[in-house]
Design a protein. Structure first.
Lengths: 388, 388
DNA sequence: CTGTTAGCGCCTTCAT
DNA sequence: ATGAAGGCGCTAACAG
C-alpha cells in the first residue's frame, strides 16, 4: 500500500517496471489520454497502488506547458466580504479539479510581480479580486493563453472577462427604498475617490442617479460623507463628523448661498432643516461603523434615521445590528468566475464578456418594510427596479 | 523590454544565444549558484531584460525536486479569526519568497487528498490550521523532507512542529478575572466535544482547572453549555437555552439531589439561587452570539452578567459589543510557523518543537476593570497568571 | 493497443 | 569562470 522504503519518490518508471509495461502505458492510464487495454490498465493501477505512486505535477505541468494551478489575487482578507468571496472561490476551484495559488497584495504595485509569478508557474487561469491588472501583463497572459477574469472591477482590457455584481441597480434600490420610506435628507458614505474601489464608484453613481429627479425638484437633499478607508473605523468617524457638523448647523446658520436659484419646492423648509434621515453606505464594514458611531451619539436606526449598507456580511445579520443590506450573490460570482475561465480556456480568442450578477435588497431592522411606506410613488420605482 | 512576438515563452536558451554565452551561464546568474564573471552576468541580465525572460518555475522546481510553494490548509474562512490568520500567514509566506498554495477543507477526510496534492507539487512546506494530519501522510512528508507545522492543534506525530497559543493560560485568566469580579455562578460555552477543536478542548480544560479550588469549596457553581458548532448562531442558541432553563428553574424546583454530601459553604444559598453571572466563551463568534442571545431576552453585559470570549476579532471591538477577550498574537503565530518551517528545512531530523505563544487578556465593556474588583484574592491569582 | 523516441526548461557535475 | 553533457519525470507523436 505504501511505497517501498526508498528515499526517492516513486516514478512512473518504477510503476512501469513493476507492472511489466512501458512508461507510456503508465502515463496513459493516469492521464487517461491515449487508449489502453483494460488488462494493462489494471496491472498499472495495481502496481501504482502497491508502490504508492503519485503523479509528479511539476513534471506533468512542465510537459503540458500548463499546470493545474489557478492564481487568485486578493486584498484585505480580514474584510468579511472578501474572505467569504475567497472561500467560495476556493471551493469552486477545488471542485473543478484545480489548486489555488493565492496571493494577498497591499497595493496596486504588487499586482504585477504577482501576476508574473503566476505565469512562471504556468497557471491555468488567474482571478483578480483586487487592483487593476496592468495592460502589459495582461497582454502577456493573452499571448500565453492564460485566461484572466476580474471580479467586481472595471477593466477595459480586451483580454479579461469580468464578473461583477450589479452595483448600480443595488444602489438604486437602496435609494428608492429610502425615498419610499419618506426620507428627505439622504446621505451616502463612501471612501474618498482616491482610495475608492471600482465597486464603490459604481455604487455611488447608481445611488446618485436614482436620486436625480428628487434632487432636481428639491424634494430631497443629499449629503456626501467620505471616509479614509472602507473600514468600520471609517464609517464610525463619518458618523462622528456628521453629528458634529449637524450640531454646528443647529447653532449657527450656514451661509450656503452659492445657489442663486432658490429652491421652490413646497418641502423647502422641511428639507433644509431636516437632519439626515436616510443613509446608504458603500459597504458593510462602513455601515456597521456608521451605525455604531451614531449610537455613540445617542442616535439609532431606525428610530432616528434609516440605514442601508452594501454586502450582506455575517455581522450585518447579528441581532445587535440587523442592518438592511444589498446582498451580493457570492456563490454566483464565484461560479461565473470559474465558468469564464473555463470558457476562455476553450476559446482564447472569444470577445470579452461582462457577466453581471443581480443583487438583492434585504430589509431588516434599520429600514422599514416597504409596505408600510409613506410614499407609494417611490415604492413603485423601487419595485420596478427590483425586477429589472 | 518586452519579449519578441513569438508565441513561445522565452527560455534560458534564447537568452544564452542573445547574450552569446551558454545556457549554464544563464542558469548560474539567475540561481546565483555557481560563480559567474561580472561581465557575463551583466550580458546575461541585459539579454534577459530585453527578451523579457522569466524563469520557468516548473522546470526549476522539477530539477531541484522542490518548488517554492508552501501549502496551507484551512477551514471556515468566513470565521474572522481564521481569515485573519490566513492573511498573516500569506504575508509571511510571500515575504519569505514563497508562494502559497491554499486549500479549504470541510472535513477531516479532505485533509489527506489535500496533503497528497501538496506533495505532488513538491512543496517546500505545509502549514495545517485545521484537522489532524493523518500519520501515514505525515510520515511520507517526513520521508520527502517536507516540513509540516500545525497551528493551534495537538499532534503527537513526531515529524510535525506545533505553534499554538497558550489557550490554557488564557482560559485560566478568564476564570480568575471572573472570580475576581465576584461572579459566583460561572458558565462556559463551547462546542460539543464531538465537534470541538483542539483549541476548544484546551480552553475548556484551562478554565475548569483554574476553577477547581473554588468549586471544591462550593464558593462557586459552574454550568457548562454546549453548542452544535463554533458559530454566532451556536452562541445565540446557547443563550436561549440558558434563559429558558433558568426560567424553568425559577418556577419549578429542580430535584437535583444527587449530591449526598450537602455543600457547607456559607455561600450555599446565594450560589444555588444565583443565575449565571459570569460567562466564558470558547471563541469570539460564540461570544457575540451569546451576548446577542442574552440581549434578546432583555439581559446585557456587564449589567446582568460578565462575559469573556476568546479571539480578539474585529467585531468584538465594535462599539455595540466591546467584548472582553483573550487576544491571540496572530502575528507571532504566523511568524513562528514560518520560522519552524525554515528551521526544519535546514535540519529535517531535529526533534519536534512546540512553540507556545502567550495570550493577552483585553478587558472591555463586558467585564469590569480588575482594579474595581470585589475579590482581591482572585485578582492576585489573575495577575500571577498573566505574568507566567 | 503498445513500446520507442524525442523533447519540455532547467540545474548540476565535470572537464576545460 | 565557462561550456558540454546528462538527467529531473512526464507526455506526445510515431512506429509497430
Amino acid at each position: 500500500m505504501s511505497q517501498s522504503s526508498l528515499h526517492r519518490p516513486v516514478t512512473a518508471q518504477d510503476v512501469a517496471e513493476r507492472a511489466g509495461v512501458s512508461r507510456s502505458a503508465v502515463s496513459r492510464t493516469f492521464s487517461n489520454n491515449g487508449s489502453v487495454a483494460q488488462a494493462t490498465r489494471e496491472k498499472v493501477l495495481k502496481a501504482a497502488e502497491e508502490l504508492g505512486y503519485q503523479v509528479n505535477m511539476l513534471a506533468q505541468s512542465m510537459n503540458k506547458q500548463r499546470s493545474t494551478l489557478i492564481g487568485v489575487v486578493t486584498t484585505r482578507l480580514s474584510d468579511p466580504f472578501r474572505s467569504e468571496l475567497l472561500e467560495r472561490l476556493l471551493q469552486e476551484i477545488q471542485q473543478a479539479g484545480f489548486q489555488a495559488l493565492v496571493t494577498e497584495i497591499n497595493s496596486e504595485d504588487e499586482l504585477e510581480p504577482t501576476l508574473r509569478r503566476f505565469t512562471q508557474f504556468r497557471v491555468s487561469g488567474v482571478i483578480v479580486t483586487s487592483g487593476q491588472p496592468p495592460s502589459e501583463l495582461v497582454a502577456e497572459c493573452v499571448r500565453m493563453k492564460i485566461p484572466v477574469v476580474a471580479i467586481n472591477r472595471e477593466s477595459a482590457l480586451a483580454g479579461v472577462d469580468i464578473v461583477k455584481s450589479d452595483n448600480r441597480s443595488g444602489a438604486a434600490m437602496a435609494a428608492n427604498q429610502l425615498l419610499a420610506a419618506g426620507c428627505c435628507h439622504l446621505a451616502w458614505v463612501n471612501v474618498a475617490p482616491t482610495a475608492s474601489t471600482w465597486s464603490g464608484i459604481a455604487r455611488a453613481e447608481g445611488f446618485r442617479q436614482a436620486l436625480n429627479d428628487s434632487l432636481a425638484t428639491n424634494e430631497i437633499r443629499l449629503t456626501e460623507l467620505t471616509t479614509e478607508d472602507a473600514s468600520y473605523e471609517g464609517g464610525r468617524l463619518a458618523a462622528y463628523r456628521l453629528c458634529h457638523q449637524e450640531f454646528a448647523n443647529d447653532s449657527t446658520s450656514n451661509p450656503d448661498s452659492k445657489s442663486s436659484k432658490k429652491p421652490d419646492s413646497i418641502h423647502k423648509n422641511k428639507v433644509e432643516q431636516q437632519s439626515v434621515d436616510g443613509v446608504f453606505c458603500a459597504n458593510a464594514q462602513i455601515a456597521c461603523g456608521f451605525l455604531d458611531g451614531m449610537r455613540e451619539h445617542g442616535k439609532d436606526a431606525p428610530k432616528d434615521f434609516q440605514l442601508i449598507g452594501f454586502d450582506d456580511t455575517p455581522q450585518t445579520r447579528f441581532y445587535s445590528y440587523q442592518l438592511s443590506t444589498l446582498k451580493q450573490n457570492i456563490d454566483e460570482l464565484a461560479r461565473k468566475a470559474l465558468h469564464c475561465l473555463q470558457q476562455r480556456t476553450k476559446d482564447p480568442e472569444r470577445p470579452q464578456r461582462v457577466e453581471s450578477v443581480s443583487v438583492e435588497l434585504l430589509l431588516r431592522n434599520t429600514s422599514p418594510n416597504p409596505y408600510q411606506t409613506r410614499n407609494p410613488q417611490h415604492l413603485d420605482n423601487m419595485l420596478k427596479q427590483q425586477h429589472m
